[in-house]
Design a protein around this ligand. Structure first.
Ligand SMILES: Cc1ncc(COP(=O)(O)O)c(C=O)c1O
Length: 389
């Protein structure tokens, strides 16, 4: 947990806005998920949620899912074992795949997103003389993956593709699934599909890699009983584990809770009766899934807020030149002053990667690790946009 000394250190170095990712919290979170899910289920961390914590997550999970050459390179640099890597992504550049397969023949899995992409992997297998282990990605009704009929054709014709080893199926159907019922329906569908492939094609699906899209309660309005949610999912998952090895791809559910976004108040005013605090951060750096025009209340607190003081409604805005830059609307806080520090919790996933970071040419904020030993370490320095443009 961020302590007084950590925040004081960041403020002394004038580091706001910034992100801090908490190693101990990440470990606690993964341990909790593992405790709640069947022992037979492996976890694959979807690095897109937060590449800065990839090596911590990889140390706690069985796999990492990587959707771009950038993500693969980050993980290679971090020393993550290629065996743990699932190279995914809707388009895999042939040259990059060619290089990767030659340089790292130990890569654990590649996903196949289309017949065209199958040909790329097939060629990599032929050129390297090593069968490429693949998961056929089944579409959930968008541009990702292959249609079920096409996937069945590849399985039926598998003898033609000796250069690839079809280990199983990858399926991801969306994020923020609020009910266990929705997840369980998909698990039941996958079970049925495996049994059908066995019966009709004589093919054993050895592995199902399922992107569960587990829910993260970002807002104080969200009602969510996570223990019950996971217990219900675990029961259905046991059935799938009887048929194939199950790997659960998770991003936000693993990473969200370990992140804090820290921003400082740089101006205050009252306009037409509404109190405004202007922060040095903004919506280009703070993304909560489902946060429309700051309609909901995220878990934000004022650093060293005195509980007993009377509260008033404050609207907290960022420093971007757009009226949309509202972080929270009418949030009860005691008198806000210039220099006050605001801590936005649950910002460990996607906040720093989905934001329109370059909008209005503001700086890219610094990123820090709060290591298990309680020390703060800089992971990325603050970068001025004129260094990039
Ligand atoms: C293929 C795939 N797997 C896993 C995830 C992670 O989803 P979530 O962050 O909801 O757990 C995503 C997110 O977009 C994805 O595209």
């Amino acid at each position: 947990m961020l302590e007084k000394k950590n925040i004081e250190e960041l403020l002394r170095k004038q580091m706001t806005p910034c992100y801090v990712f908490d190693e101990a919290e990440l470990k606690r979170r993964i341990t909790y998920l593992k405790t709640m899910l069947p022992d037979r289920v492996s976890i694959c961390y979807a690095v897109k949620a937060n590449p800065f914590i990839a090596s911590w997550a990889a140390a706690q999970t069985e796999r990492v899912e990587l959707c771009s050459p950038g993500e693969v390179n980050i993980c290679l640099k971090a020393g993550i074992a290629p065996e743990k890597m699932v190279v995914s992504g809707v388009y895999k550049t042939p040259d990059y795949i060619d290089w990767l397969a030659r340089t790292y023949p130990e890569i654990g899995r590649y996903t196949v997103e289309s017949m065209e992409q199958l040909a790329v992997l097939f060629k990599a297998g032929r050129d390297t003389g090593k069968r490429i282990p693949v998961l056929l990605r089944l579409t959930s009704g968008n541009q990702f993956g292959m249609d079920e009929t096409e996937l069945r054709t590849v399985i039926r014709d598998r003898e033609l593709y000796k250069e690839i080893d079809i280990c199983g199926i990858q399926y991801f159907s969306g994020t923020q699934k609020h009910t266990a019922r929705r997840v369980n329906k998909e698990l039941a569908f996958l079970q049925k599909l495996c049994l059908d492939l066995k019966e009709k094609e004589g093919f054993t699906v050895r592995e199902i890699e399922y992107g569960g899209g587990f829910f993260v309660p970002y807002f104080q309005e969200d009602s969510f009983d996570e223990d019950t949610y996971l217990q219900e999912i675990a029961e259905e998952m046991e059935n799938l584990c009887d048929i194939a090895d199950v790997v659960l791809e998770l991003g936000r559910s693993v990473a969200a809770s370990c992140g804090t976004y820290i921003t400082r108040v740089v101006d205050v005013k009252t306009n037409k009766g509404q109190k405004y605090a202007i922060a040095d951060g903004g919506i280009h750096q703070l993304i909560y899934f489902g946060q429309m025009m700051a309609m909901k209340k995220p878990y934000v607190k004022k650093w060293q807020e005195a509980e007993e003081q009377p509260k008033e409604d404050w609207t907290i805005c960022g420093s971007l030149c757009t009226a949309n830059d509202i972080l929270v609307k009418q949030y009860p806080l005691s008198e806000v002053k210039i220099g006050d520090v605001l801590l936005f919790a649950r910002t460990g996933a996607y906040s720093m990667s989905e934001g329109m970071a370059l909008f209005l040419s503001r700086e890219l904020p610094a990123v820090f690790a709060l290591e298990e030993n309680g020390k703060i370490k800089e992971l990325r320095r603050r970068i001025a946009v004129d260094e990039l443009v």
